[in-house]
Design a protein around this ligand. Structure first.
Ligand code: PLP
Length: 426
């Protein structure tokens, strides 16, 4: 699952004591494990190797340049959703031939940036967008390739409302009933070739069945179009592969591949995958220090120095992140990361931050060993949509980011300062 392990009562990131890093860098800090990133990428690449796919890591899940460089060196391409993410991908040495660009509202400026870079594929989300990109290509006397994002209208059980994207009524893509007509129209375009089909049904998808249903629907459509002479040569099956939040509930890369590979093997299709959280989620923890503890009615509160501005997932998605002290002592090491974990003497607490919102919490009604002011807490499975979604709300400088590699660690983003808060203001 990851390279964050307890030994002799303290938490290690690979071979480095987390408390040691924090004594230099302070809190709150995101700590990433290079080994975990690498392992997750390689497991996915190996599992899907029979399809020889292009893997486009989803930058929006965690986009620090150092992380993108690690993945780029492993051979990963990138899934970008903005001009800014395209900039990050290129800065990190990403090859344009491995970049796919999704998003419902690509502006003309962003489209031009992508055409300047000569990316692999535009993932098209509407008719208006398709014809706009075709027009811009014409103005530039340049051709480009596109895939149509199709909503297969499948149920993806267990996925939060805010991350469901596969239904007809989503703002993303076009619904599958209208897709064939779209392809027929697009065949008349002169500069933008619509030769791909893109799927991304939401995240995290905790079972393999929604992928199977979706891909089967897509293949039926592809075969129908082929009979009309419209050739689809690229199938982008998106991301959403689950990570480990509450123990071992997620299918592994091998499980996903076991369900998906047989459907696509032998097909003359270039396959693209867009994993985000399945690579970055477990590769990162957020470390915070307890500022105070207090009681309110029957409730115990642990007030941490990390807040919703650092990690908004609990508030935004009601998501679960396992939290445990960094130095619990040998008799309070967590045997696993399940949500029902109990140890003698523990206490039910809410872990909250200092931001002035009642929605500012990291955990609710959670059993933790008794902690006191000054203790360090690790928030696990925080690598994806953690730092990437952080803000300066309440004028809180953003956290530092550190990457560990074996016995070594480096700061990959320094902690923001008060000057950073006002740097862009005139
Ligand atoms: C967010 C996103 C992904 C990655 O989702 P994960 O759950 O992080 O794997 C992939 N493709 C598209 C189009 C996305 O918007």
């Amino acid at each position: 699952m990851d390279h964050f392990k307890y030994s002799n009562g303290q938490l290690f990131a690979e071979d480095v004591a987390v408390a040691d890093i924090i004594s230099h860098v302070g809190t709150p800090t995101y700590i990433y494990s290079r080994g975990t990133l690498t392992t997750h990428y390689q497991k996915l690449a190996q599992a899907f190797a029979p399809l020889n796919p292009t893997i486009c890591y989803s930058i929006k899940s965690c986009g620090n340049l150092a992380i993108l460089r690690v993945l780029s060196e492993l051979g990963s391409g990138f899934d970008v959703v903005s001009g800014g993410e395209l900039f990050r991908a290129l800065q990190a040495g990403g090859k344009p031939s491995g970049i796919v660009f999704a998003g419902v509202g690509k502006t003309d400026a962003e489209i031009n940036e992508a055409l300047d870079a000569k990316i692999l594929l535009f993932n098209i989300e509407s008719e208006a967008e398709f014809w706009n990109i075709d027009r811009i290509c014409g103005d530039r006397k340049q051709s480009a390739r596109a895939a149509l994002r199709v909503n297969p209208d499948v149920a993806s059980a267990g996925t939060h409302q805010k991350t469901l994207t596969g239904k007809k009524e989503t703002k993303f893509g076009v619904d599958i009933d209208r897709a064939a007509a779209f392809y027929r129209q697009a065949a008349k375009a002169r500069h933008l070739a619509l030769s791909g089909l893109h799927l991304h049904i939401g995240s995290p998808i905790k079972t393999t069945q929604p992928y199977v249903d979706t891909i089967n629907k897509a293949l039926t459509l592809i075969d129908e179009l082929a009979r009309e002479g419209i050739v689809i040569d690229t199938l982008d099956i998106g991301g959403g592969y689950a990570a480990f939040y509450e123990g071992n509930e997620a299918p592994s890369a091998a499980d996903y591949a076991a369900a998906i590979v047989p459907l696509l093997r032998g097909r003359k299709l270039k396959i693209i995958l867009e994993p985000g959280r399945s690579i970055s989620c477990n590769a990162g923890i957020l470390v915070s220090r307890v500022t105070y503890t207090k009681q309110g009615g029957s409730k115990h509160f642990v007030i941490a120095d990390a807040a919703m501005n650092d990690l908004i997932r609990p508030t935004l998605y009601e998501s679960y992140h396992f939290i445990w002290p960094v130095n619990p002592g040998a008799d309070a090491e967590p045997p696993n990361r399940g949500s029902e974990l109990r140890i003698p003497g523990d206490q039910k607490v809410d872990v909250v931050g200092p931001v002035c919102e009642s929605g500012d919490y990291l955990a609710k009604d959670r059993y933790l060993p008794v902690v006191k002011r000054g203790d360090l807490l690790a928030v696990f499975s925080a690598g994806a949509y953690g730092f990437a979604m952080s803000s300066q709300y309440n004028a809180r400088p953003r956290a530092a980011e550190v990457m560990v590699n074996g016995k070594n660690w480096t700061v990959i983003r320094r902690r923001e300062t008060y000057q950073d808060l006002v740097a862009a203001e005139l």
